[in-house]
Write a protein that binds this ligand. Sequence first.
Ligand SMILES: Cc1ncc(COP(=O)(O)O)c(C=O)c1O
Length: 503
Amino acid sequence: MNPPLALDPRDRRPLYVQIADGVVAAIERGELPPGARLPAMRSLARQLGCALITVSQAYEMLAVRGRVVSRVGRGTFVAPATASESEGAFARKWEPDLGQVARAERMEGVLDRLARAGAPGAISLGTGHPAPETFPLTDFGRAMARTLTDDPPEAMQYRAHTGDPDLCGALAAGLRSRGCDARRGDIIVTSGAQQAADLIASVLLTQRAVVAAEAPTYPGTLGVFDARGATYVEVQSDAEGVRVDDVERVFAEYRPRLFYIAPIAQNPTGAVLPARRAKAIVALARRYDVVLLEDQTGWNFTYDGPAPAPLAAYDDDGRVVLMESLSKSIFPALRIGYLLVRGGMRDSIESAKVRTDSFTSTLTQRALWRFIESPAFARHIKAARALYRTRRDRFVDLLTDALPWAAITPPQAGTNVWLPLPARISTQAAFDACAREGVLVMPAEPYYPTRSGPPALRLSFGDLDQTAMVTGVARLAKALDRLRASSAAVAAHSSHSSKENVV
Ligand SMILES: Cc1ncc(COP(=O)(O)O)c(C=O)c1O
């Protein structure tokens, strides 16, 4: 069946997105019912006057969104309707009404897989959690007790929805010491960085808005963008983070609405973006009118020199929005993050915050302010950074010895290592083999904005003591060595049969 599709060169959406959207519209109008066969890629490319790869990308995107299914050798078909008739109207009514939300998994399914694979005695290199022994609970307890005794009862009244003024002042002062022109009134305290990302997305992203992102990058934020129906364009990186030439290519070609970037403690690679790149990226954002969302989570755990200034330090028109979670640097139970927002977006983000949860717990904010202002905060960061640096060095040494074939780039910040796998080993096979060996690892796919990319694993060392680290790496090496051996055997066999096999 041929849906009426046409490409519009003035449309800012990439061609493959236009095709995918056209197919979805035809499905929605009932012109392509469930089970209908889509045109063969080659003939559609001919009909539209575009490259075969463009149609192939469009079909791939539709498959990821769960709109079509591909059957090898037979073609691509419209997927069955999601809610069956027998489920009735009630079940369908409560499906999230998010338009063309990507329904394929981001983190949800992966966390289930990790939980299922977690047999007793398994060691987790998968979670990326901070080390509980660093949590400054005694000092924080003191700050909390003082909050309850010293603050007047009015302090616990309904309060400013953008955050406690004292805490906002302390956060702004911290940013000023890093070169940003930040005032107390530029801060919005949020319930974790997750909410910070959601507020930004709710204000900036309409359905199908083009979002540029690093690949790989932090899937928690990508999940927020998925829910707004974002279309992704990936930006290439090297050992120093995002490549400026590729940022320019993507900005010029796709004119994204937003570029999500973690310039320091990039999760999962641990790369730190040098100042000259940061400056150039802000200049490009200005030239191509792109909003930058920079995620500064984990910046205080930079190991090989001082952390560079945030991108916001080079911003002069409010197009750089900064977010940071304090989950990693203090402890996750705080559920505190914040945004630095200046300029035109601020009012809409404030309104979105009020709509979402009125304000973030003032009790926690007041205690956090007292803790941050006390000498205990600097002591805590120094001690935690020293612990993570020791663990980073030990972990990288163990991995380098145990996996001599692997290209391991030591993280300059944060608590993760990105392990690219040999091309013949699939991420899924590596995940399963590791789980069988009693070690849990994070699969790569959720970290790719488009959910597909070269096979790789994210390995985290933040909460691993010496014994867990040694045993975990030994199990990982055993699992991967076995897979490499079997993939080598398959490769030898297929060189006779000329078939591509991936283990
Ligand atoms: C880069 C990055 N951003 C944001 C977050 C989320 O932070 P929060 O716990 O405040 O939601 C994390 C947590 O792992 C992270 O690594």
